[in-house]
Design a protein around this ligand. Structure first.
Ligand SMILES: Nc1nc2c(c(=O)[nH]1)N(C=O)[C@@H](CNc1ccc(C(=O)N[C@@H](CCC(=O)O)C(=O)O)cc1)CN2
Ligand SMILES: Nc1nc2c(ncn2[C@@H]2O[C@H](COP(=O)(O)OP(=O)(O)OP(=O)(O)O)[C@@H](O)[C@H]2O)c(=O)[nH]1
Ligand SMILES: [Mg+2]
Length: 464
């Protein structure tokens, strides 16, 4: 793991705002040449002389043609108290595609190189301003789709997961040191017994803490990606109508023609603070229509993948074989069974429905008449928060890389315990304990391989 000197970093530049027209765009530059580069194309105050962390009015001028490109505000931030810990220049220009790109081109022609995706954040990491979990949370923050997932990401950006992992690592390190001391300077005759006792205690303790953390993983995933909720039911029961109601917009096409929805529609929404990824599906029935058949297959997949399924039945018609099949297909899943169209005369056989769903609660709605929908929202919240930690400050695992590494660390600790149990020599147990320490270190990036960094930061936005 080579920690590079700042001097080995060239000066990078990129557009940090989304492409397209906007009021203002930001072109960002980081590296030790930043001030030299901007000086070549900026007309106004001498930016090399201005105080750090100031914003300065002036014009960008093409030094070759003397042509004025844009009227701008330029932020000057000298390292190390910056995002990357290097000298940073940010040019706030008019948000058109042409001036923004032209300014970037000028920076590149005058000594900067185009930044790779995520390279600014990568430098923040390499210079030790943030660790890997914090860098990853930056991306989660940008991609957050709900208030809650935003808070979880922000919590991670604040370094709360890092602190936890670092404490666990320190515990392991202290234990390993203590074992070393015991072996090198034995005070008692039964060194072997003493050291295995220490190892066993700590391995058990740290493993328990990791398991505790891993328990938040599923919930964390839901927080980040939303509770995948499939709306299923046979054609025309009102699935798309329900989706539109929950979204408060007419996203899906609603008609009285059965088989209207042909493809799966996905939308994110917060319902009573529950982040949902709603999936409207094609109605399930045996069909000869080719396009619809594909849709039906997708609905089946949607059910499989769903964390929660809303099964819609039409209360104004008798149960059909499709309804029965759907109830069967969703059995054992977290589900809400809804009798819709209760505004119409009831024809459904309630005795059979009750028999089919067992003790589960049934909801009655009329999406058309806006009836029973509050109760539905309440039920969603109730099912979600049941048994779920509702605190926003606790650390929650959302990242599959972290989860995989924690599992690995846990396995290594289990090997320590198994080793002790089977009378393995202490030095072999120490190796497993060190493995756990390494695994945890990979989470925070205290130990890493270059490929990991490349893979990780390449997922970032350009200019981040
Ligand atoms: N214009 C602009 N806005 C932005 C960013 C940016 O780079 N530029 N950010 C980029 O993502 C985010 C803000 N994140 C930042 C995080 C740390 C530092 C920073 O300079 N940290 C220093 C000193 C802090 C201080 O002065 O107290 C440090 O930690 O040493 C700057 C921005 C969002 N808004
Ligand atoms: N009377 C009544 N009609 C409803 C109700 N909910 C939906 N509808 C009507 O039922 C018809 C079908 O609604 P959709 O939401 O398109 O049904 P769907 O389940 O998405 O249908 P497919 O996409 O074909 O599977 C439309 O004419 C809706 O206006 C309700 O509660 N009562
Ligand atoms: Mg539909």
């Amino acid at each position: 793991m080579a920690v590079m000197q700042t001097t080995e970093y060239d000066t990078i530049a990129a557009i940090s705002t989304p492409p397209g027209e906007g009021a203002i765009s930001i072109v960002r530059m980081s590296g030790e040449e930043s001030l030299k580069v901007i000086a070549k194309i900026f007309k106004g105050k001498n930016l090399q002389d201005v105080r750090t962390h100031t914003i300065n009015y002036g014009h960008i001028v093409d030094p070759e043609t003397n042509e004025e490109i844009d009227e701008v505000m330029v932020s000057v931030m000298r390292g190390p108290k910056t995002f990357t810990r290097e000298d940073i220049i940010e040019i706030n220009c008019h948000g058109g595609i042409v001036p923004t790109n032209k300014i970037l081109q000028l920076l590149l022609q005058n000594g900067a190189r185009l930044a790779e995706p995520g390279e600014f954040t990568k430098r923040a990491f390499l210079h030790g301003r943030i660790d890997l979990t914090q860098a990853e949370s930056v991306m989660d923050l940008i991609r957050a789709k709900t208030d809650r997932s935003m808070k979880v990401a922000l919590n991670q950006l604040d370094g709360n997961l890092s602190k936890l992992i670092k404490n666990l690592r320190q515990d392991i390190l202290d234990t390993l040191a203590q074992v070393e001391v015991n072996i090198d300077y034995p005070e008692y005759d039964d060194v072997e017994t003493m050291t295995t006792k220490i190892l066993k205690e700590k391995a058990t303790e740290v493993k328990a803490q990791i398991e505790e953390l891993l328990r938040t993983a599923n919930q964390g995933k839901i927080m980040r990606d939303g509770l995948a909720t499939a709306i299923v039911g046979r054609p025309n029961v009102g699935k798309s109508s329900l989706l539109n109601y929950l979204l408060h917009e007419d996203k899906a096409i609603v008609t009285d023609v059965a088989g209207t929805t042909r493809d799966v529609i996905e939308e994110y929404v917060n319902i009573r603070d529950v982040p949902l990824k709603l999936v409207d599906t094609a109605g399930i029935r045996d069909t000869e229509d080719k396009v619809e058949k594909i849709g039906v297959e997708r609905s089946r997949k949607a059910i499989e993948k769903a964390d929660l399924v809303m099964v819609l039945l039409n209360a104004s018609e008798a149960l059909t074989s499709e309804d029965r099949r759907l109830l069967e297909l969703t059995q054992g899943k977290k589900r809400i069974v809804i009798l819709n169209k209760t505004d119409l005369p009831r024809k459904i056989d309630m005795t059979e429905v009750k028999q089919l769903v067992g003790g589960e609660e049934l909801l009655s709605t009329s999406v058309l008449k806006n009836d029973g929908l509050d109760e539905l929202e309440e039920q969603i919240a109730k099912m979600f928060f049941n048994g779920i930690e509702n605190s926003q400050t606790t650390v929650m695992l959302t990242n599959s890389r972290h989860i995989a590494l924690l599992h690995r660390a846990k396995d290594s600790l289990q090997s320590v315990l198994d080793g002790i149990e089977s009378g393995m020599p202490v030095d072999l147990c120490q190796i497993d304990m060190t493995d756990a320490w390494d695994d945890l270190g990979e989470i925070t990036g205290d130990s890493y391989q270059d490929e990991l960094l490349d893979q990780l930061f390449s997922q970032f936005c350009l200019g981040k």
